[in-house]
Design a protein around this ligand. Sequence first.
Ligand SMILES: [Fe+2]
Ligand SMILES: [Fe+2]
Length: 314
Amino acid sequence: MAREAKKKEHESNSPWKPTRREDLEPKIRNLIKGFIKEIPSLPAHAHKLLDVVSSKESDLLEVAKVASSDPAVVTNIFKAVNSSYYGLSHRTNNLNFAIVLLGFNEVRKIAIQTNFSHALGKSWTYKGYTTRDLWEHSYMVSVCAETFGDSKDPRYSGELLTFGLLHDIGKYVLFKLAMAMQKKGIAPYKSAQASESSNILEREEAIFNINHTIVGSMLAERWNLSEKICSILEYHHYPSYWSIEAIPPEYLKDTAIICFSDLIVRRLTGEEKIPEPSKEYYKMFNAAPSSDNLITDERRIKIEEARKYIDFIQ
Ligand SMILES: [Fe+2]
Ligand SMILES: [Fe+2]
């Protein structure tokens, strides 16, 4: 297993290190596993959809066919196309027209987002952070990740888009965990030690003794998502804390793309920072250290457009 190949410590400059999956005490791991088991399985059509959006041969009509078998996806397609963003003079009820107008990638995003948020239940707010904030962030990260792909290889862009949309799905598990704790009147674990200046992963660990990367990959496994998706969810913050050798080579490039897309979106939207990866990660993209150097005009414009788009369709 690739995971066992990295027992060694591969440290980067950051003084604080997040807990890794292999560091978890068996007792905590079993507790979390038990909790994740309570989250419903993904519906069969969500798997079908992931297959279709990841297949090289799929075209818009095929995606439309699968997407249209799910009423919640169809509702969201119409919600998007009839929003003021598209400026249609009359509301349309024609699904084929709506799909052509939105385009392949947009339909993919709507279909994936609808399926996963549906499986995870209704929205929550926790300490001022909402599920809507999370989807907005994930949407922008997926748009940014696509720009690292190759326009001649739509399958790869589609994969990057999927990783971007799902990368922080572990935060949903933590939301659910927080709600369950609140319901039972359990005080969050070690909450007194969570300092205002610490970053998101540190605060998660101070509250839950675990972070969203671990629970995200555990949820992806429970949902039988591919090993690639599970691994990228698990490693997506590694570049901020560990050197290149800590990530299995087959997932390194995609993991770095998601990590950098996350940093770029944080930078452009003013979200809180997480540590910058070491220079070896920048070398992979021929850039000098600092995520600013990866903010191209194309990325800036696409993220800005994505932000406006979300405001229109929500
Ligand atoms: Fe994350
Ligand atoms: Fe993120």
